[in-house]
Design a protein around this ligand. Structure first.
Ligand code: FES
Ligand SMILES: [Fe+2]
Length: 410
């Protein structure tokens, strides 16, 4: 029998730079387990926004692989994360997606836990039972401008502040601290997480797959930087650069931070930040380019731009002037990934046109679900062979390099 190390070494030796990965990387349970231990559980994953748990006692469940993390609002200032496993005999503690209570009560034998995870009551336990030794198991959790991140690492996680401090000015400007949730969409996708991520990191498919998306954006921007700062052909990036620079100058004059982040494969989280222009006359990503809500955050005027920020391949934000979308790509098993979008608007917004706000990315994500599941189905065939990337899929080379480094390093 092949040991895991041998299996991985063997698979790694079959990869070719510039080509998609061998099939087992997208189909095998053994590879998924390695992905979980070496990549997924070691990263800070964006779980949601504090506006999803506004009151003390609100909670929601974030499922990652076979784990469930309970995100709990303890009080105004404190958000906690615990594994959703009862300390009595291990039942899941909170059932369903979300809820509210002063205590977290296990449905099996009614042990109850405080919002701080401490065991409060357990009936008929022996004399020597110590409640203080039976609190919920915490997960690493941090918040950043209203965004909630968790890390499932058993060891000390990668440093949160050093990894994400660079994003603070832009999160502050966009007003994420005071945003509110306008809509949530679930797009569970029957495909390996790397196929979901790869699809999001290239815009080679935009023209054939996404009519709504393409109608809102200038084709030269989609070609050059449609899926991030270094996603398109080098010449296209160069051609688009003067347009982008001119836009940046006018956006900066309105007070908008316009810097770029473009991590290489050696980075811990493969972060990216790109701001770019909308199609002429479009203020935002709606069918007619007209607003769906009020300006977000510290904006004073419309700037005809939009932002794509990646905290990691698993956690992205797309922000227009009047609304923003949090994208969560969460691996569940070898061929199942949760794709969730949370639409945020400014906390002061009273009129929001939900239908026009969600039109672009709801349809785009349904299309992405379809093409990614079709991709997975094809890769299940024994006749699949790794295929060559185009010049508009450059970010996939970077992602693959980043991913393979994690497998090889560990
Ligand atoms: S398993 Fe939770 S109270 Fe028994
Ligand atoms: Fe897409």
């Amino acid at each position: 029998m092949l040991t895991m190390t041998n299996l991985l070494a063997n698979l790694l030796s079959q990869t070719t730079p510039g080509y998609s990965l061998p099939g087992a990387f997208y189909t095998s349970d053994a590879v998924f387990n390695e992905d979980f231990d070496r990549v997924i559980s070691r990263k800070w994953l964006m779980a949601g926004h504090i506006a999803q748990i506004p009151r003390a006692g609100d909670w929601f469940v974030f499922r990652v692989g076979g784990e469930q993390v309970l995100i709990v609002r303890e009080n105004e200032a404190q958000v906690n994360a615990f594994y959703n496993v009862c300390r009595h005999r291990g039942s899941t503690l909170c059932q369903g997606e979300r809820g509210h209570g002063k205590l977290l009560v296990c449905p099996y034998h009614a042990w109850s836990f405080g919002l701080d995870g401490a065991l409060r009551s357990a009936r008929l336990m022996p004399e020597d039972f110590r409640k203080e030794d039976n609190g919920l198991i915490p997960a690493h959790v941090r918040t950043l401008h209203g965004l909630i991140f968790v890390c499932l690492s058993e060891d000390e996680p990668e440093p949160f502040d050093a990894t994400f401090a660079e994003f603070e000015p832009i999160l502050d400007y966009h007003g994420f601290d005071n945003a509110r949730v306008a809509h949530e969409g679930r797009y569970p996708t029957a495909a390996n997480w790397k196929l979901v991520v790869e699809n999001f990191l290239e815009c080679y498919h935009c023209a054939p797959a996404h009519p709504e998306f393409c109608s809102m954006h200038p084709p030269e921007a989609l070609l050059a930087v449609g899926a991030g700062p270094s996603s398109g052909p080098a010449e296209a990036v160069e051609r688009y650069a003067p347009v982008l620079e001119a836009w940046k100058a006018q956006a900066e004059a309105l007070g908008r931070p316009v810097y770029t982040v473009d991590d290489g494969p050696e980075s811990s989280h493969l972060r990216a930040l790109l701001q770019r222009t909308m199609r002429e006359g479009f203020l935002t990503e709606t069918p007619d380019g007209q607003p769906a809500s009020r300006l977000m955050g510290k904006r004073v005027d419309w700037d005809y731009g939009r932002m794509h920020l990646a905290f990691s391949p698993f956690s992205h934000i797309v922000a227009d002037n009047d609304f923003a979308m949090l994208f969560r790509f969460t691996p569940r098993s070898a061929m199942q990934t949760d794709v969730d979008i949370t639409w945020l608007v400014d906390g002061r917004a009273d009129e929001v046109d939900l239908e026009r706000m969600t039109w672009g990315w709801h349809n785009t994500t349904l299309q992405d679900k379809q093409i990614t599941e079709d991709n997975q189905d094809g890769i299940r065939s024994r006749h699949y062979r790794p295929g060559r990337y185009s010049t508009q899929e450059r970010a996939l080379i970077t992602f693959q390099d980043w991913y393979l480094r994690h497998l090889a390093d560990a």
